[in-house]
Design a protein around this ligand. Structure first.
Ligand SMILES: NC(=O)c1ccc[n+]([C@@H]2O[C@H](COP(=O)([O-])OP(=O)(O)OC[C@H]3O[C@@H](n4cnc5c(N)ncnc54)[C@H](O)[C@@H]3O)[C@@H](O)[C@H]2O)c1
Ligand SMILES: CCCCCCO
Length: 256
C-alpha cells in the first residue's frame, strides 16, 4: 500500500461539524487539501466561515445531509466531483433509540460507503482514493451499558475490514481504513449522552467509558491524518489518549 498524500486532494467529511469532525478537518486542512466538503445535518455558517478564514488556501464547502435519508446521501455525494478521501464520521450514542442509532451509525455509513465506492471507482469515472470509517473502542470490546451502540461499532469494523481487501483495491483503487477512537472530548461525550444505556438500569455500566483519560478532538484529528497518510488498506486503528496503534484482528482462515 502506498503512502497517501493529502496535499491538493478533495476531502468529504460526513459529520464534519461534530467534535471529532472539526478536530479532523483542522488537521486535514493543515495538510493543504484543495477542497473540504463538510457534510452534516445542519449548517453552522459562522463556524464554516471561521474555518474558511483560517484556511484560505483551501476551499470549504458545506452540504446538508441526513445520513438516514438515502436520497440526501445521493444528492450530496453526486454533486461533489472528484472525491479523493471520504470520512464517515457521523454518529450518535443513544441506546434508547435503537432504530435511529442503527440508521445513523450503521445503515447510513454502509449506504454512504457503497455509493462512494461507485463514485470513486477508478474503473468507472472515479480516480480511487481512501474511505475512512469511524468506529469506536466500543467496536473492539464489549460496551456493557450500550450494547446497541457497541453492535453498530463492531459492525463498522467488520464492514470496513470486509471491503479493505486487495481485490477491491486493485479494481477500484479505493482503500478502506477503520478508526476506533477511545474517549474523546466532544459534545457526544457528555454524562447525559453516555448514560443513555440499553436498559434504564445500564447507567452505571455506561460510565465505564469515562474512566479513561480523555483525548482532545484535535489530538484525534492529528491521528486520523497520520492513519490516512499510512493508508494501509483494511487496517483498524485504536486511537486513545492521543496515541494510535494498529489493531491486528484474526483472519480465522479455515485450516487447509
Ligand atoms: N467522542 C468519543 O469519545 C467517541 C469515541 C469513539 C467513537 N466516537 C465516534 O466518533 C464519531 C464522531 O463522534 P463525536 O464524538 O465527534 O460526536 P458529535 O456528536 O460531536 O458529532 C457527531 C456528528 O454526527 C452528526 N450526525 C448525527 N446524526 C446525523 C445524521 N442523521 N446525518 C448526518 N450527520 C449526523 C452530528 O450532526 C455531528 O456533527 C461518531 O461516530 C462516534 O460514535 C466518538
Ligand atoms: C465516552 C464518549 C462516548 C462513548 C463513545 C464511545 O464510542
Amino acid at each position: 500500500m502506498s503512502k497517501f498524500f493529502l496535499k491538493n486532494k478533495n476531502v468529504v467529511y460526513v459529520g464534519g461539524l461534530g467534535g471529532i469532525g472539526i478536530g479532523s478537518c483542522k488537521a486535514l486542512l493543515a495538510k493543504g487539501i484543495a477542497n473540504l466538503y463538510i457534510v452534516d445535518k445542519q449548517e453552522n455558517p459562522n463556524l464554516i466561515s471561521k474555518i474558511q478564514k483560517e484556511n484560505q488556501a483551501s476551499k470549504i464547502h458545506f452540504c446538508s445531509m441526513d445520513i438516514t435519508k438515502p436520497d440526501e446521501i445521493k444528492k450530496c455525494l453526486t454533486d461533489i466531483k472528484d472525491i479523493d478521501v471520504l470520512v464517515n464520521g457521523a454518529g450518535i450514542c443513544d441506546d434508547t433509540d435503537v432504530d435511529k442509532e442503527i440508521a445513523i451509525n450503521l445503515t447510513g455509513l454502509i449506504k454512504t460507503t457503497i455509493l462512494a465506492f461507485e463514485l470513486m471507482d477508478k474503473s468507472k469515472s472515479g480516480s480511487g482514493g481512501v474511505i475512512v470509517n469511524i468506529s469506536s473502542i466500543a467496536g473492539l470490546k464489549p460496551m456493557k451499558g450500550k450494547a446497541v451502540y457497541g453492535a453498530t461499532k463492531h459492525a463498522v469494523v467488520g464492514f470496513s475490514r470486509s471491503l479493505g481487501n486487495d481485490f477491491y483495491l486493485k479494481k477500484t483503487g479505493i482503500s478502506v481504513l477503520c478508526i476506533c477512537p477511545g474517549y474523546t472530548e466532544t459534545p457526544m461525550a457528555t454524562l447525559e449522552n453516555v448514560t443513555k444505556g440499553t436498559f434504564e438500569y445500564s447507567g452505571d455500566l455506561c460510565k465505564e467509558v469515562l474512566t479513561e483519560k480523555p483525548q482532545s478532538a484535535d489530538e484525534m484529528g492529528e491521528l486520523l491524518v497520520k492513519i490516512v497518510e499510512i493508508n494501509k488498506n483494511g487496517s483498524v486503528w485504536l486511537c486513545r489518549m492521543g496515541t494510535m496503534e494498529e489493531v491486528v484482528l484474526g483472519e480465522y482462515e479455515e485450516p487447509k
